[in-house]
Design a protein around this ligand. Structure first.
Ligand code: SF4
Ligand code: SF4
Length: 105
């Protein structure tokens, strides 16, 4: 997930290479479950309806830990395991960049 400055991908050519540095951190709108303790600060954690812990999201859907000016993760070194494993260029990433709904929402 994103830790780079971004250019909204909607402004890029169709054949532009996939890169977090040219993405509006699309994947940081997904629900992120906390399945291991990576040190995420409490203020960014919510409880879901099933008693699990998730990254807190703002009313517009983006993760509370995302810097909205730079679209960088403000807790990159402490980010959840799911964020570490979300692979740039993988089908889920491409779906998010296309603005598609996914099963993760
Ligand atoms: S959607 Fe893909 S390209 Fe965009 S920030 Fe996430 S991993 Fe990077
Ligand atoms: S913790 Fe960081 S990388 Fe993970 S969704 Fe939030 S802003 Fe994105």
């Amino acid at each position: 997930m994103s830790n780079d400055p971004h250019i909204p991908h909607t402004q890029l050519a169709e054949d532009a290479p996939v890169s977090c540095s040219t993405c509006a951190a699309c994947c940081c709108q997904l629900e992120v479950m906390l399945i291991t303790d990576t040190g995420v600060p409490e203020r960014f954690i919510d409880n879901d309806d099933w008693g699990g812990q998730v990254m807190r999201r703002l009313d517009d859907g983006w993760c509370a830990a995302l810097d909205r000016d730079t679209m960088r993760c403000t807790i990159y070194e402490l980010r959840p395991l799911i964020c570490r494993e979300f692979e740039m260029g993988a089908p889920e990433c491409l779906d998010e960049r296309r603005g598609l709904d996914t099963i993760y929402r």
